[in-house]
Write a protein that binds this ligand. Sequence first.
Ligand code: NDP
Length: 246
Amino acid sequence: MGKLSGKYAVVTGGGQGIGRAIVEAYLKEDIAGLVIIDYNVEVANKTKVEIDPDGRITVVSCDISSRESVETAFQEVFKVLPQVDILVNNAGITRDAMLHKMKYEDFARVLHTNLFGGFSCTQMVAPGMRERNYGKIVFIGSINSYGQIGQSNYAASKAGILGLAKSNAKELAKHNVTVNVIEPGYIKTDMLKTVPEKIISTWLDLIPMHRMADPSELAPVAVFLASDDSSFVTGNVIRVCGGAKM
Ligand code: NDP
């Protein structure tokens, strides 16, 4: 019996990258049912075909930056799953630029996706978790939440996630709902494809392990935080970053 046997999960942005690795790990731990909420339905459906021979995954189209879209998506979620025991707020974007060049729209878009999106999805599942006295919420933050050149919007959104998650953890603790944050370092996904080699190489100099990680190296931490192994772990930040100090 796997660590997530009998449980139901929602993973946002689960169609590719880190989200996909988490979905695969949850399937291996015998999750009973799982909804991938993703903007990119084409890639999410391809993932489903590749990794889900026994039909435990449902893909629901959603733009988490829109409150209306999140509400509609969770109506679908609750038609497919009897309950949501685990929520992974993973979907996120970058729109990097130096402060003097950053467009207001790009600042807003990143905040609305990374921070407001996580807030909206959490609000959809928290009432049920409170009622059932059980829940596991995992936010994917970033080691860049403490500030990074060219990432005023992204760093602000990820720093916001820390305050959001820690507040949610305090509010929900008495209902046996844990809320934690994983802060990845640099992980080999499409998100980093637009970052120039020169920048990546300066980042690698700051990582004692001097390499980027594969998404599968982060997934076991997301299993831990979704399983009863972490029953007394809440309001915490776990970094998966090869020792980076940033
Ligand atoms: P990817 O871009 O590989 O995957 C993210 C997925 O989320 C994509 O399918 C994307 O769709 C989807 N998505 C984007 N915006 C929305 C939206 N508004 N609504 C619904 N789905 C959306 O990203 P990663 O796997 O690299 O990143 C996952 C998380 O990890 C993010 O929160 C990111 O900030 C964080 N992170 C990543 C790091 C890294 O090095 N990769 C480092 C630190 C943190 P589409 O393809 O259409 O954009």
